[in-house]
Ligand binder design. Structure first.
Ligand code: HEM
Length: 131
């Protein structure tokens, strides 16, 4: 019988991503006083860099919420393991997609990875908390 995750991986990833988010914010902060940096505040490249910065925190918060939710579930199904991996994949791929797309607009389709994995994790978790 496969074991049910403790979601510890999501907890570790959440705090790693918060740390990386601050470091990225620091780097953004080192240049954002320059109006023309990365083509200016509203440029495509700067917007995607900013989105990556925010995504580190956003997806960290989602992984952290998932971790605490799993601790509260009395008898989760083994499908919760899939949600654990889905949220981790979403967290890792979202900022990566932002940085890649900042340098190549044609890569838009790659955002399907963080979108579908995070959506999958959310649906499974919703199902488990409703059960
Ligand atoms: C010490 C930690 C942080 C630093 C040094 C930092 C730094 C920055 C910098 C420099 C920008 C502007 C980037 C630009 O002009 O293109 C920015 C934008 C932003 N940051 Fe952070 N940040 C930090 C923490 C956070 C946290 C914890 C959150 C949310 C959970 C956050 C959310 C945002 C958002 C939403 C924007 C976009 C704001 C806008 O559109 O002007 N940041 N951050």
């Amino acid at each position: 019988m496969p074991t049910v995750t403790s979601a510890h991986m999501n907890l570790v990833l959440a705090w790693l991503w918060i740390t990386v988010g601050v470091v990225v914010g620091f780097v953004l902060g080192a240049y954002f006083h320059r109006d023309d940096w990365l083509g200016g505040y509203t440029s495509f490249k700067r917007r995607l860099y900013r989105l990556a910065h925010v995504a580190f925190f956003g997806l960290a918060i989602i992984n952290l919420l998932f971790y605490f939710t799993v601790q509260r579930l009395t008898s989760p199904g083994t499908i919760i393991n899939l949600a654990s991996w889905s949220f981790a994949i979403g967290a890792v791929t979202m900022p990566v997609c932002c940085f890649l797309m900042a340098h190549n607009r044609r890569l838009r389709v790659i955002f399907l990875i963080p979108v579908l994995s995070t959506l999958g994790g959310a649906c499974i978790t919703f199902w488990e908390v409703m059960r």
